[in-house]
Ligand binder design. Structure first.
Ligand code: NI
Length: 181
């Protein structure tokens, strides 16, 4: 199971490239998207994560599976045991809040197999524009944790890893300038 999902490690230089805009997705890539959704869903269900030895993750971007194309996939548990899937092709943040937030426990990434401590400043709300797998234009409004996920995954398309955004001198934001969630 999930043998076709090989996630690159942070040391791999391919993660640092700017991914290409997508014009067309192959049959294999569309299948891979389905498999990634299943993988991310299972990884967030404790029993299944254990069974298949999966590290929990809520998102993945194509460059993480060595495909330099602008595709992101997010599986968001909006309620206990209930998941929403987001697949966005050529995603763009078209507007965002002034307000900044950060996950209090920091962020994780399926390409980073270690704990990196520190707050990652993110917009509290973002509106993402892009295309679905059939080429239809889509708009998604997101806030809080989901907003963080979109920003994290879109960063991957631009070769950015979450810890690039942690202030090295002052990794924890304690002055109230950013709301911690
Ligand atoms: Ni990541």
């Amino acid at each position: 199971m999930f043998k076709n999902i090989n996630i690159l490690d942070e040391k791999d230089k391919r993660l640092r490239k700017i991914s290409e805009e997508v014009t067309i997705l192959s049959k294999e890539e569309k299948q891979l998207i389905k498999d990634i959704i299943k993988f991310l869903t299972y990884s967030q269900i404790e029993k299944l994560a254990e069974k298949y030895d999966l590290r929990p993750g809520m998102g993945l971007a194509f460059p993480q599976v060595a495909i330099s194309k602008r595709v992101i996939i997010i599986v968001y548990e909006y309620e206990e045991g209930k998941f929403d899937n987001y697949v966005v092709i050529n995603p763009k943040i078209i507007s965002h809040s002034e307000e900044l937030i950060a996950a209090d426990t920091g962020e994780g990434c399926l390409s980073v197999n270690r704990d990196v401590e520190g707050h990652v400043p993110r917009f509290a709300r973002v509106t993402v524009e892009g295309y679905d797998e059939d080429g239809n234009k889509i708009h998604i409004r997101s806030r809080e944790e989901l907003s963080i996920a979109f920003q994290h995954e879109i960063d991957h398309l631009n070769g950015i890893l979450f810890y690039d955004r942690i202030n090295k001198k002052k990794p924890f934001i304690t002055d109230g300038s950013i709301r911690l969630i």
